[in-house]
Design a protein around this ligand. Structure first.
Ligand code: HEC
Ligand code: HEC
Length: 463
């Protein structure tokens, strides 16, 4: 055990002897547990929309070079993520941890700078803030219903924030569009033409309009709205994708859900102990639920917890520095220095299935990322790089630890940490992990039926 935690524990044990804090820890009251969730908490789109979305999610027709789908990074066989710390975008070949960085002129130009998050439960009304930095956010002040980097360019027929999100991956050179010069969608994206004539979204709609099987599916999914092929817009596609994600990847039947609905035997004794530690706290004034609050374990807010920075970052720059190989998280969305290095608190539903963890996938096991929280600054300084899951290529590898190799930058991350050392013992951590395992919905363990066998474009599904 390190010095800081010994200090925290000894201060804590004094408090412990003096009474009320520990007394409340031992008292069994359920007041601090969240309410159960159910149908009313989720959107309920039509089966036709869901079916269309399932095809679009896995169809490479939505990428400039027709070589990658949304599903490549959010795959049903890798629990709605890709199993990697940082994704390999368009140009890469293969799926999950076997994906490589491609070859020849098609090879990827860089790693995608952030971990591909899981997509479980995002069809619940309460998920109003998307991406690790929250740059897509439900906001009725905008005609589209969302505040996003596209500002007023977003179409106004988007149905929800998850649909707003689906407008963006197709516009990213690294993720789906490809490099300028490779195809006309990439050219439009590079020129910043998303919404205009000949822009990314219009070109994609044009591709879909030309595939009769899709036209029929769009008509069925949007009756009265899509009457002819020419009525199809990319926003309709985004709406359908959001319907698929929300319905098929809903995951609210875990032992924890069943416990909250009244089945007190649904969770093991150890998981119940862990739940109490998680929601009620370490006995010394802190709890996991300070940030991971509510039924989905997130406050939808942003915190700096000294997560190690791996990969080439997103070009953020700390004062007096020039490398730009950092990712300042929320600050990139708001421009507010008070947000430097803050990332959105992730939901912990199905978390046992969705390694690696953190906005850049720095931790490969649940235990490692939970232990990071116990003494975050110390964990940052002792970060074990061998757990990063990154397909190797010399020029990419050279940037993977560029921030962690610079003592000033590591100190900068440490200085911004706002998570105090937590007073949970090793045994408490074991119980908390038992609780986190009870957040797994058994129906999410085998997602093979979420994959279409073929897609209307006729493009191959593998990779
Ligand atoms: C090359 C990999 C890649 C592809 C392809 C991709 N994504 Fe993602 N996805 C990511 C990454 C990385 C993030 C996080 C980015 C960030 O926070 O800045 C993300 C974030 C998301 C989120 C937000 C999750 C959350 O909790 O905030 C959703 C939803 C999502 N993607 C759906 C899609 C859809 C739909 C498509 C296709 C239109 C798609 N993705 C294509 C990698 C990918
Ligand atoms: C101060 C707020 C805060 C507290 C307290 C906190 N967390 Fe977190 N947690 C976060 C943030 C923010 C992230 C994401 C950080 C990032 O991506 O860089 C995170 C990430 C995680 C992850 C990784 C999830 C994923 O999908 O990547 C797990 C697991 C986790 N926390 C569990 C816990 C547990 C268990 C506790 C209590 C022991 C706890 N957290 C306490 C804010 C907090």
């Amino acid at each position: 055990m390190n010095r800081k935690s010994i200090l925290a524990i000894s201060v804590a044990s004094i408090m412990l002897v003096s009474g009320p804090v520990l007394a409340s820890r031992d008292h069994d009251s359920n007041d601090y547990y969240p309410a159960p969730v159910g149908d009313d908490d989720f959107r309920n789109p039509s089966p036709e929309k869901v079916e269309l979305g399932k095809n679009l999610m896995f169809d490479k027709i939505l990428s400039g070079n027709m070589n990658i789908s949304c599903g490549t990074c959010h795959h049903a066989l890798t629990d709605t993520g890709d199993g990697l710390s940082l994704p390999v975008g368009e140009g890469g070949v293969g799926l999950g941890v076997t994906r490589d960085t491609g070859s020849g002129a098609d090879a990827v130009h860089e790693r995608v700078p952030r971990n591909a998050p899981p997509v479980f439960n995002l069809g619940a009304h309460s998920f109003t803030v998307l991406f690790h930095d929250g740059r897509v956010e439900a906001d009725p002040a905008f005609p589209s219903g969302c505040k996003t980097p596209a500002g007023g360019n977003l179409p106004d027929n988007l149905e929800n924030v998850l649909a707003c999100q689906a407008m963006f991956p197709v516009t990213s050179a690294t993720e789906m569009a490809g490099q300028a010069g490779e195809n006309s969608i990439a050219d439009a994206a590079a020129a910043g033409n998303l919404a205009g004539p000949g822009g990314v979204w219009e070109q994609l709609a044009g591709r879909l309009q030309g595939i009769p099987e899709y036209v029929d599916m769009f008509k069925a999914a949007f009756p009265g709205d899509v009457v002819d092929a020419s009525d199809i817009t990319y926003a309709h596609a985004a709406n359908a994708i959001s319907a698929f994600e929300g319905v098929n990847w809903r995951a609210d039947n875990s032992p924890f859900d069943r416990y909250l609905r009244g089945d007190k035997k649904a969770m093991s004794k150890n998981a119940r102990k862990g739940m109490k530690l998680f929601y009620k706290g370490d006995g010394y004034g802190n709890s996991c639920a300070q940030c991971h609050s509510g039924s989905f374990q997130t406050d939808n807010a942003f915190h700096a917890i000294a997560m190690p920075q791996i990969g080439a970052g997103r070009g953020s720059n700390s004062p007096g520095k020039t490398g730009g190989h950092e990712d300042f998280g929320r600050e990139q969305a708001t421009g507010d220095p008070a947000d430097t290095l803050k990332f959105r608190t992730p939901t912990l539903r199905n978390v046992a299935l969705t390694a690696p963890y953190g906005h850049d996938g720095a931790y490969d096991t649940l235990r490692a990322v939970v232990e990071h929280h116990i003494d975050s600054v110390n964990a940052l300084y002792n970060y074990d790089r061998s757990q990063a899951v990154l397909p190797s290529r010399d020029d990419l590898d050279a940037l993977d630890f560029i921030t962690m190799d610079d003592p000033d930058r590591v100190a900068f991350i440490a200085d911004h940490n706002e998570l105090p050392p937590l007073g949970y013992s090793d045994k408490d951590v074991d119980r908390i992990i038992d609780f986190l395992n009870a957040l797994t919905d058994p129906s999410s363990i085998d997602l093979r039926s979420d994959l279409p066998r073929s897609v209307p474009s006729g493009l191959p599904l593998a990779e």
